[in-house]
Design a binder for this molecule. Sequence first.
Ligand code: DSN
Length: 422
Amino acid sequence: MNASRHPALSATDPELASFVAAEEVLQAQTLRLIPSENYVSAAVLEASGTVLQNKYSEGYPGRRYYEGQQNIDRIEALAVERAKGLFGVDHANVQPYSGSPANLAVYLAFAQPGDTVMGMALPMGGHLTHGWGVSATGSWFRGVQYGVRADTGLIDYDAVREQALAERPRLIFCGGTALPRTIDFAAFASIAQEAGAVLVADVAHIAGLIAGGAHPSPAGHVDVVSTTTHKTLRGPRGAMLMCREEHAKAIDKAVFPGLQGGPHNQTTAGIAVALHEAAQPSFVRYAHAVVANAKALAAALLERGFDLVSGGTDNHLILIDLTGKDVPGKVAAKALDRAGIVVNHNTVPFDPRKPFDPSGIRIGTPSLTSRGLTAEHMPLVADWIARAVDAAAKGDEQALGVIRAEVADLMAAFPAPGLPLS
Ligand code: DSN
């Protein structure tokens, strides 16, 4: 490890320091296409690694259970004000530890165990915490799931309405983890209103696109917005819940003392910095570039004979269906990893294979856009993916090694934010 970058860590625990250094090299040299990942700025990294770590702050600004909150209160209040301004909401809670606890707090605020909750099925692109069976939310609540149409790969809003009116869920979740298309928040709002349900938009994946004006905002349409802060929003690993004023007390009470103890103040500081960065004109350009890159990459993949769920993308994410290829998702993902291209295997709607060995791979453009790659690089990226999938089918390890070297070469010209190496 570069001792001048983490001198104390290198001196105290060289073994651990060497793992961090190796991760820095890996993140610098590879093409990271996992759509839920990104690179935080050096400023966010610094804010997240401060003495704020040392402080307990159960409660909220001005209402704490510990003294010595002079600075912490200012930091949390700043993060809250920035979240409200950026997303146009009445209230923001920046304390949830991550997306799953944030969603659990929503259940605690609005539902009772056994209530019916409705969300998108996990294999269709939803999230575990939207009432899926293996999650606590699917065992403590009665989860009912909607999906996408087999012929279009798109949500059928009429079918969702019919299901919601039949099931009368207490909560409806919209949003998910593998949705390549724009979410129609107004359509969900009218369904939730008719069904008498509380509507939650889980915008974890697209929060940065919303902040940058590259995806419509759920504000004004939904009761609660849940988001992580580390995906397209490019903040530290954390989460936020935002809502109308009428729900503010219920949400705050559910997060603390309902579900959590002391907030992670160092994360709150990192979130505040990320929200400040996301309010700049450069972030508007970033969000639109993420989408432009994804559209260009989708077009280049289609040209190379790949089958994409829903036929393309409106956002940062592309779901490649490998059913028609000789290579299942996991084999392709592992071969791509050996080629220096980091993706994850993923179920595709109506997947004939099992979730741990599914038919798809999920890719996205938030990270490569943070490094400055543009639409003109996307045919090359699509070529690499095509060559790696082909090499995986043939068991050609040498070809994967050649791609890895080409990838490292290009990435060296596009330094990653927050990383010393390129
Ligand atoms: N694990 C996140 C993702 O990769 O989409 C969702 O929680």
